[in-house]
Design a binder for this molecule. Structure first.
Ligand SMILES: Cc1ncc(COP(=O)(O)O)c(C=O)c1O
Length: 443
């Protein structure tokens, strides 16, 4: 133990780190040892301002006492109980609490353990729904270029990130993709929802014409795409997607893994964006990331179709050993209580104008080629170094970290998504440090 009473590992070999440059990390380790409020602390005692809420997940800030105590108490009462043909009370309570936040008529909740599992669960429910209604030809799943829906085979296939797919062969059959909504010149440096590009939703009509509506089960998109560098939907785009889905009997799935639980100023993105999907995935902010948990909310009619049309017995042959795990359910209930009591969506909305101003103040710095924001999300796109894509972004990340600020980088795009409890001094420090790092990497 060191002076901060945290373990200091001296062997980094055994752990194969996810989505990481293992070789670089293990020769230049950055170990986060503890966290509280807006800050991480490294094993060496350095304070790091969290500009990313971990991985878009610690919306209520770190180390919240209420969540910790709920987990501790639950561990003492019931460590684990199966939810296959059995139940335990707090899984039901957690589902009911989530249903209070989801759009009206979307009150049926299926538990998973991650965003990836939520994505695959949502896709499976969509397929089961059509089959239950006698439309078993609807097997085609439509995603979008640059979409991220985790790393299961379903989410990876429907997702649109080449780099995440290329090592893994053929993936799921019967998958197609809409074009992404990015790269429209007139939208550069837009504040909030960009004005141009709603017509890109019409590509769904083209896929319907190509494959036949009777083959298409669902379309899955993130309301605001985060992982591929903050792609904010053009005004009217999601409405158009909804209308085309309705016209052709296609289910619309929103992946709300990052937009859920206050990130864009409302409980879910659906609310702020004014479009209600049929199925919605969530994870991350659900438990403030204190215990892994994901969930899928479905319209009651979707649940009814699957459950009421099934022969007696199990209605959906899907689930996880840890679906509705007691510790995760306890963390979720405590988190949603904080969400309500502290009005986290309201806090995000209140600071959004200042956040937006600070974000766009980076315009004019060297190599800043675009800036996007919505809610408490920001994307700052840098021009790549010739022949070295991603290098400038990585250097900016490292400089910020060394100066005590955590930002996230996707290629040469800096993505920011702070805890929703962020205040002005944090915003100032975050953007001050980032601006210095961008200037320092001008060459
Ligand atoms: C929109 C979206 N969907 C799914 C996932 C995958 O979640 P997880 O890493 O919990 O599997 C993420 C993770 O960043 C995400 O942003």
């Amino acid at each position: 133990m060191n002076e901060m009473n945290v373990p200091r590992p001296n062997n980094l070999d055994a752990y194969w780190m996810p989505f990481s440059d293992n070789r670089y990390f293990k020769s230049n380790p950055r170990l986060l040892a503890r966290a509280e409020g807006m800050f991480y602390h490294t094993a060496d005692g350095q304070e790091i301002l969290d500009g990313t809420a971990g991985l878009w997940c610690c919306n209520a800030g770190h180390g919240r006492r209420e969540i910790k105590e709920a987990i501790q108490q639950q561990a003492a009462i019931l460590d684990y109980a199966p939810t296959f043909q059995l139940g335990h009370p707090i899984a039901f309570e957690a589902a009911a609490r989530i249903a209070e936040l989801t759009p009206e008529g979307m009150d049926r909740i299926f538990f998973t353990n991650s965003g990836s599992e939520s994505a695959d669960t949502a896709l499976k429910i969509a397929l089961a729904y059509h089959r239950a209604r006698g439309e078993s030809s609807r097997v085609r799943l439509i995603g979008r270029e640059r979409g991220y829906h985790g790393v299961g085979f379903g989410g990876m296939s429907v997702g649109g990130i080449g780099g995440n797919r290329k090592q893994f062969g053929a993936l799921l059959p019967y998958v197609d993709h809409l074009p992404h909504t990015h790269g429209i010149e007139a939208n550069l440096f837009a504040r909030g929802l960009p004005e141009h590009g709603a017509e890109r939703a019409d590509a769904l009509e083209a896929l319907v014409a190509l494959h036949g509506a009777e083959t298409i089960a669902a379309v899955m998109v993130e309301p605001v795409a985060g992982s591929t560098g903050v792609l904010v939907p053009p005004r009217g785009y999601l409405e158009r997607l909804r209308a085309i889905c309705d016209k052709h009997g296609i289910l619309l799935i929103f992946d709300e893994v990052i937009t859920g639980f206050g990130r864009i100023g409302t409980n879910f993105g659906a609310e702020r964006l004014g479009v209600t999907p049929d199925i919605m995935t969530m994870a991350k902010g659900l438990t403030n990331a204190a215990v892994p948990m994901g969930a899928v909310a479905v319209k009651n009619a979707v649940y009814d179709a699957v459950v009421d049309n099934a022969p007696a017995g199990i209605e959906l042959f899907h689930g996880y050993t840890y679906s509705g795990h007691p510790l995760a359910a306890a963390a979720a209930i405590a988190t949603m209580e904080l969400h309500r009591a502290e009005d986290l969506p309201g806090r995000a909305r209140a600071i959004e104008p200042l956040w937006q101003e600070a974000t766009h103040s980076l315009k004019g710095l060297p190599n800043v080629v675009d800036i996007r924001d919505f809610g408490l999300i920001a994307g700052i796109e840098l021009a790549p170094r010739p022949g070295k894509p991603g290098q400038r972004g990585t250097e900016v990340f490292r400089r910020c970290f060394d100066k005590g600020v955590l930002v996230r980088v996707t290629g040469d795009i800096i993505a920011l998504s702070p805890p929703l409890i962020i205040e002005k001094p944090h915003v100032d420090r975050l953007y001050g440090t980032l601006a210095d790092a961008i200037r320092a990497e001008a060459a």
